[in-house]
Design a protein around this ligand. Structure first.
Ligand SMILES: N[C@@H](CCC(=O)N[C@@H](CS)C(=O)NCC(=O)O)C(=O)O
Length: 230
């Protein structure tokens, strides 16, 4: 591992950035965080980020992009493993990290849905993804038991959106689930998860959701009407 401190190029709200920060924190790897404005990307960022996305981890003169690649690199250069060692179990965890990414896509579709019909379709899709997560969870407190893993770093940011949605209305996202509440609480209490965002993150996220001009944005202007009417 390089002796130079890592630089994590970030954005205040990005859930993929949170995965990298949680992993760096869990592994006690020193780093500097540099937040950029994604609506006005600096030229130097365009050079190091071929896809134009955060996170990017700068390691000396090298730069890694894609959160999955970043956390797998950190896993290889540190000696505190966060993946299981059994190959099949490790592969299963990687699959559920992909599922967390797909769930973030569904969440983005939900908060961008332009009308009630599109919103309902995304709401049902998100509830289905969460039901499948519920079925995959072990006895807790984390995804596969007592140890906090990379897969947990991937799911923790998902629940930050649910926290925001809970303040807007009851969208019946967790109906019939029996394990997610405990999992969500354990993730929210984890110090690395708590410190992965700034204190003003909840307000910033609500502001972001309100500015989408979407069906959800409209519900935010009439929160009482939103209850149970997704
Ligand atoms: N697959 C990527 C997704 C990263 C991503 O979607 N980043 C968003 C912010 S959360 C971004 O930088 N978007 C800017 C853009 O696409 O122009 C990863 O895991 O790193």
């Amino acid at each position: 591992m390089t002796t130079e401190p890592y630089v994590l190029v970030s954005h205040t709200l990005c859930p993929y950035v949170q995965r990298a920060i949680i992993t760096l924190t869990e592994k006690a790897v020193p780093f500097h965080r540099v937040d950029i404005d994604l609506a006005n990307k600096p030229d130097w960022f365009r050079v190091i980020s071929p896809l134009g996305r955060v996170p990017v981890l700068q390691i000396g003169n090298d730069a890694l992009f894609e959160s999955a690649v970043i956390v797998e690199y950190l896993e290889e250069v540190t000696d505190q493993p966060m993946h299981p060692t059994d190959p099949l179990e490790k592969a299963r965890h990687r699959a559920w990290i992909e599922m967390a990414s797909a769930t973030l896509d569904t969440i983005a579709g939900l908060y961008a849905a332009p009308d009630a019909a599109a919103f309902e379709a995304k709401r049902a899709a998100l509830a289905d993804r969460l039901a499948r997560l519920n079925a995959a969870l072990d006895d807790g407190p984390y995804f596969s038991g007592a140890k906090f893993r990379l897969v947990d770093a991937a799911w923790a940011p998902v629940f930050r959106y649910l926290d925001a949605f809970d303040g807007i209305g009851d969208f019946r996202l967790l109906s019939g689930t029996d394990k997610i509440a405990g999992y969500r609480a354990a993730l929210a209490a984890r110090p690395s998860v708590r410190t992965a965002v700034a204190a003003d993150y909840p307000a910033r996220l609500l502001d972001h959701l309100r500015q989408r001009g979407s069906h959800l944005s409209q519900l935010m202007d009439q929160p009482l009407a939103a209850a149970g009417t997704a």
